[in-house]
Ligand binder design. Structure first.
Ligand SMILES: [Mg+2]
Length: 135
């Protein structure tokens, strides 16, 4: 797939008359809550099939999570690709001296001494976010 999910989800929102914004902004609480519920529902479906599968169902539900997450970003006017790039930049700084990687017992990668936290606020401000302003 060459297109970002952002492009596909924008097409979906346009086709079905769903909310879409071009600039990051807080939205009405009812809409924000609705988007949160949609995402929680999809996340629950991932949890349900994570162990039992089958694999095609897991793939489906994972894609639903991403699709709904991109949709929620679009509703809030967030360019999620740019945010993911910032999260990735930060995650890559988790390597310690000499590229050493430390892990928790369950395998999660831990933050090394050169770790830089993501600055999501900066990314959103670059997209035109003015905190406190409503759409
Ligand atoms: Mg689903």
């Amino acid at each position: 797939m060459s297109a970002s999910p952002a492009d596909l989800v924008r097409e979906f929102h346009r086709a079905f008359g769903l909310d879409a914004r071009d600039t990051p902004a807080e939205v009405a609480p009812e809409l924000a809550a609705h988007r949160g519920e949609l995402l929680a529902e999809e996340a629950r479906e991932v949890a349900e099939v994570s162990v039992t599968g089958p694999l095609d169902r897991l793939a489906h539900e994972l894609a639903d999570v991403v699709y709904v997450a991109y949709g929620t970003a679009l509703v809030h006017g967030i360019d999620l690709d740019a945010v993911i790039a910032e999260i990735h930049r930060s995650n890559m700084t988790k390597r310690g001296p000499g590229g050493r990687v430390s892990r928790r017992a369950d395998g999660k990668v831990l933050k090394g001494e050169h770790y830089e936290a993501p600055d999501v606020s900066r990314v959103l401000r670059e997209q035109g976010w003015a905190p406190g302003r409503e759409a």
